[in-house]
Design a protein around this ligand. Sequence first.
Ligand code: SF4
Ligand code: SF4
Ligand code: SF4
Length: 280
Amino acid sequence: MGERLFCLEANRFARIMPDMQNDASILSNSLADRLEDALPQTQCTKCGYAACRPYAEAMASGEASYNQCPPGGAEGVARLAAILGKPVIPLNPVHGVERPRPVAVIDEALCIGCTLCIQACPVDAIMGAAKQMHTVLPDLCTGCDLCVAPCPVDCIAMVDVTPGKTGWAAWSQQQADGARERHDFRSFRLQRERQENDARLAAKAAAKLKEVQAQPGGTAAEQSEQQRKKAIIQAAIARANAKLTAAQNGAEAAVSHTTSTGVADLTDPDKTPKSRGGET
Ligand code: SF4
Ligand code: SF4
Ligand code: SF4
C-alpha cells in the first residue's frame, strides 16, 4: 500500500513537472533563478544555507557572497561571477574545500536500521526501513555528507569516486538536474505529508468536539468540565487550522516566486502549479 501511494505521488509529481518547467521558461528570469541554475544541486548546505535555492536567493539579494559553494569549486565560482558581473575570487575555505566527489557507503553489517540517514538525505538516495539494514544508491548520491553525522553507529563512510577530478569536472549538469528534481520531489512529498497529518489531527479534534457537545449537561460541575474540554478541543482545532493555512500559504508563496522547490498547491490535486521545477 505504501509503495503504491509512493508511486501515485511520484506519478503526479512527474505529471506536473513538465508544466512547471514550461512555466519556468516564462518565469525563471530572476537573478536568483539564474544563479540557482548554475549551482551543482548537491543540497549539501555547506554554503551556510538549507539548500541550493536559498543560497541563490541570498546571493541575488547581496546577503551572501558567490564563493561559498565547495561542490561547484573554482569553476562554480566563475560561473556565478559571470552571472553577477563580478570578478572571479577564490572559494572561501570557511565553507569547505574543492575535492573529488564522494559517495556514501554503508557498512551493512553494522547498520541498526534506525532510519536517521534516510531522514537526513536531501535527495532520497538511501533505501531501507526501520530495523532493517540500509543501503545507498550510488547513482543518486550527491556526496553531500549529510547522512554521516546522524548515524549513531558511525557505519557510513564517504568514498571518493572521481579521483583527480573535482568540482564541476566531477559532476555533470545531468547529475545536477537529477539531484534537483529528486530534492524537489522530496520537498513536495514532505510538505504533503505534513499537511495530511495536520488535516488528520484537525478532523480528529472536530470529531471529539462533536462528541463532547453531544453529552448531556448534568450538574453544574459536569457542565463546567464540559466547557473546559470544549475550550481545549477548540484551541486544538484552531492550532491545526492555523498550521494548515500556514502550510497552504507557504506552498503558494513557493510557487509564486518561481522557486526551485517545485512545491505545488498541495491542497488541490487538480491545480497546475505555476512554478518552475527544480525546495526542500
Ligand atoms: S551545492 Fe551545497 S554548497 Fe553549493 S549551493 Fe548547493 S547546498 Fe550550497
Ligand atoms: S546518501 Fe548521504 S551523502 Fe549521499 S546524498 Fe544522501 S545524505 Fe548525501
Ligand atoms: S543512520 Fe546508520 S545505523 Fe541508522 S539506518 Fe542509517 S546507516 Fe543504519
